[in-house]
Design a protein around this ligand. Structure first.
Ligand SMILES: NC(=O)c1ccc[n+]([C@@H]2O[C@H](COP(=O)([O-])OP(=O)(O)OC[C@H]3O[C@@H](n4cnc5c(N)ncnc54)[C@H](OP(=O)(O)O)[C@@H]3O)[C@@H](O)[C@H]2O)c1
Length: 307
């Protein structure tokens, strides 16, 4: 396993991370243990969860399973999506952040969160209020670093300016939807990450499993989550299957698999710090870590970019 600095910070994260959105929901304790320990054995250090995943179930299961390994991992969680119907249990007001972090710490069974990410921008709260609350949590020792998720480029740059001029904690990461098929962030967000030194943590790196190549037109593997997800209609389209074929051919001509290309292409971007695919089994974790070895050269990046 290789490690990269996350954005402009000194924080090292493993190039392959583990997304834990299925912990405590699709993955019970026994399967979660297998997946987590396989990842740790292979050198994965970045574990990503959120308060909202299973409404606390993912954090609780991770807390239970990590045990003494906790000190060796970079534990990342999030705040900002609605935890209930109450207007007080959502967003990134100082009131909610300062309350919510205590729930995350309790469920995770830890005294500190390594990376506390704002799950989505909250248009109702001034960014300065959010950053001041995060800054207080860092000063109180409850949080080590802050990160963005799902921010527009202008919101991220505005927040960075607010943090720098107010001498507040500067978030070091951005978590956004990015993979071979979904590249909307290339226009604005990716250049912004580069400009202000924010490390990208792409989510849905495998487009929920589609980029493993196990879906064929009209054939959905049994039990695989994308088939059961509301996103299926948007992902399992004719146009996407055609692009998948092109990616597969390109990888095959270079003696690589589609999975190698999905990981290798992301990790060939200097802005990308870690690829946090989730997994349903220890075997998938092994495949994913192995797939991360390929680095595409500039001509290959250009060719894939045009597909
Ligand atoms: N910030 C945000 O708003 C946001 C949003 C979404 C996700 N996330 C984060 O990003 C992480 C990753 O996203 P994701 O899990 O939704 O999507 P993903 O990583 O693109 O897809 C992962 C899924 O693909 C399948 N898979 C993984 N490795 C495989 C392999 N080697 N062979 C075959 N199938 C394989 C597994 O599902 P099956 O076995 O069921 O097919 C797995 O759950 C999440 O855990 C979460 O931490 C963040």
């Amino acid at each position: 396993m290789d490690y990269r600095r996350l954005g402009h910070s000194g924080l090292l994260v493993s190039e392959v991370g583990l997304g834990a959105n299925n912990f405590g929901t699709r993955l019970d304790g026994a399967r979660g243990r297998e997946v987590l320990h396989q990842a740790l054995d292979l050198g994965v250090t970045l574990i990503d969860t959120a308060d909202i995943y299973g409404k606390g179930a993912s954090e609780s299961l991770l807390g239970k399973l990590l045990g003494p390994s906790r000190q060796h991992v970079v534990l990342a969680t999030k705040v900002g999506m609605a935890m209930s119907d109450s207007p007080y249990e959502t967003g990134t007001s100082r009131r909610w952040i300062v309350h919510s972090v205590e729930g995350s710490l309790r469920r995770l069974g830890t005294d500190w969160i390594d990376l506390y990410q704002v799950h989505q921008p909250d248009p109702a709260t001034p960014i300065e209020e959010t950053l001041r609350a995060l800054d207080d949590l860092v000063r109180a020792g409850k949080v080590r670093y802050a990160g963005y998720s799902n921010f527009a480029a202008w919101q991220m740059v505005d927040a960075d300016w607010t943090a720098r001029t107010g001498h507040l904690v500067r978030p070091i990461s951005a978590q956004d939807h990015y993979n071979l098929l979904t590249r909307d962030i290339e226009r604005e967000l990716l250049p912004a990450c580069r400009a202000i030194g924010v490390g990208l943590i792409p989510y849905y790196p495998l487009e929920s499993g589609f980029l493993t190549g196990k879906y064929r037109e009209g054939v959905t593997p049994q039990g695989a989550r994308l088939g059961e997800s509301p996103r299926a209609g948007r992902v399992l389209t004719r146009a996407n299957f055609e692009r998948l074929e092109r990616f597969e051919r390109f990888a095959g001509e270079r003696h690589h698999s589609l999975l190698d290309l999905a990981f290798g292409w992301l990790l060939s971007h200097a802005e990308v710090a870690s690829v946090i695919a989730s997994a349903s089994s220890a075997e998938q974790v092994r495949q994913n870590v192995q797939a991360a070895a390929w680095r595409l050269d500039p001509a290959e990046m250009e060719a894939v970019g045009a597909m």
